[in-house]
Design a protein around this ligand. Structure first.
Ligand code: SF4
Length: 284
């Protein structure tokens, strides 16, 4: 009997460390012996760069723009640890829908039975989560992924994007959409940052899967076109990513989150703004 493929979507606001986190999860899973595909669903098409020494690969939409018929394997490139790298790509600026690009790319792989042929354990979708519009909700809405995780720092815009994702998950939860595995709390270096993200998680009834500190090791690895797992395998940060990958591998039960309404979110952020001012006064 064939093994069960686990499909996971990782959402996050642009610039929050979503692709860095996703690539390190993929690298840690590959290192642990799993067969992994990382599927970039960000129109920038740079999700898999650090799995391939900083190199870009042609996206599915690039290939389809050149000709009508594309063999799925033309869009699959192997990277660190044998990870299969795919980029959905984006439309030409001003034309088309990035979400349609995600559907087109996933359909190409499914029609050609790539997941079965490669005998994958994990497909990890790296999805831009600034705007959870109909297009970027595709991995949640179309039942492509089973579990959704969000990368969020304690910054308001990251929390705002995560809350929007929760609204999307809640909306599609009754129609067979993917549910939420939890928050990957990124760039958490102080107690205050941790308190903020913990409080948001408590208010939205969402677990924190892992706290990931901001680290120079990650920046150095990225500048050399590699993941932390590859570039600094003995570092503390690599151990954090391995722990995160293990939690995701062991994760089975996802849930419907409880997003904050617009007024609740405003009150919640105002409360933390006041506490920040108090803390700065106390420190002065
Ligand atoms: S649905 Fe989203 S991705 Fe598609 S065109 Fe609209 S905003 Fe862009």
């Amino acid at each position: 009997m064939s093994k069960k493929l686990k499909q996971i979507a990782i959402y996050g606001k642009g610039g929050i460390g979503k692709s860095t986190t996703t690539s390190n999860i993929s690298a840690a899973l590959a290192e642990a012996g799993y067969k992994v595909m990382q599927f970039g669903a960000d129109p920038k098409a740079d999700s898999t760069n650090t799995l391939r020494g900083g190199e870009y690969i042609p996206s599915v939409l690039d290939l389809l723009a050149e000709r009508r018929r594309v063999d799925a394997y033309e869009a699959i490139f192997q990277g660190f640890g044998g990870i299969y790298c795919v980029e959905a790509g984006g439309p030409q600026p001003g034309v088309g829908c990035a979400g349609r690009g995600i559907i087109t790319a996933v359909e190409l792989l499914k029609q050609q039975r790539v997941f079965e042929e490669l005998d994958l354990d994990y497909v990890i979708y790296d999805v831009l989560g600034d705007v959870v519009c109909g297009g970027f909700a595709v991995p949640v809405r179309e039942g492509i992924a089973e579990h959704v995780f969000t990368v969020s720092s304690s910054d308001f815009m990251a929390v705002y994007a995560a809350n929007n994702l929760f609204k999307g998950i809640e909306k599609f939860s009754t129609a067979g959409g993917a549910l939420l595995g939890g928050i990957i709390a990124n760039s958490i270096n102080t107690d205050f940052q941790r308190e903020i993200i913990d409080d948001f998680a408590a208010h939205t009834k969402t677990p924190i899967v892992q706290y990931v500190p901001r680290s120079l090791t990650v920046t150095q690895a990225e500048l050399s076109g590699r993941t932390t797992i590859e570039a600094a395998p003995k570092s503390e940060q690599a151990e954090v990513y391995r722990a995160l990958a293990r939690r995701i591998a062991d994760h089975t039960e996802s849930k419907v989150p409880t997003p904050l309404g617009p007024l609740e979110l405003r009150e919640w952020s105002a409360k933390w703004a006041d506490r920040l001012v108090e803390q700065e006064r106390a420190a002065a």
